[in-house]
Ligand binder design. Structure first.
Ligand SMILES: [Zn+2]
Length: 94
């Protein structure tokens, strides 16, 4: 199942996948430059949130430095998690 979203004014699709390539990128996900963010389905919820934030930042601006993306994604994820945000799409949990 794919979720549609808008990042930087463009439509993107977010999808969970077993693709082994995903494990090699950003701890479990990647932005493939084709308006498509892929998340490793084996990630824990908090890890998945961080990867989604991280890859969304890349989708917004591919020129952002990796260390900046990592730091900000980690901090934003921590704030969202501590505030109580959780996955709300159980149908994605196959
Ligand atoms: Zn990255």
């Amino acid at each position: 199942m794919r979720i549609s979203t808008i990042i930087a004014g463009r439509q993107f699709f977010i999808e969970r996948n077993k693709d082994p390539f995903v494990k090699k990128k950003s701890g479990g996900g990647y932005y493939n430059g084709a308006n498509h963010i892929v998340l490793n389905e084996n990630l824990r919820d908090e890890e998945e949130l961080e990867v989604l934030v991280h890859e969304s930042m890349h989708a917004h601006d591919m020129e952002l430095p990796e260390d900046f993306v990592e730091m900000l994604a980690k901090d934003i994820t921590q704030a969202l998690w501590d505030y109580g945000y959780r996955v709300e799409h159980p149908e994605l949990r196959i």
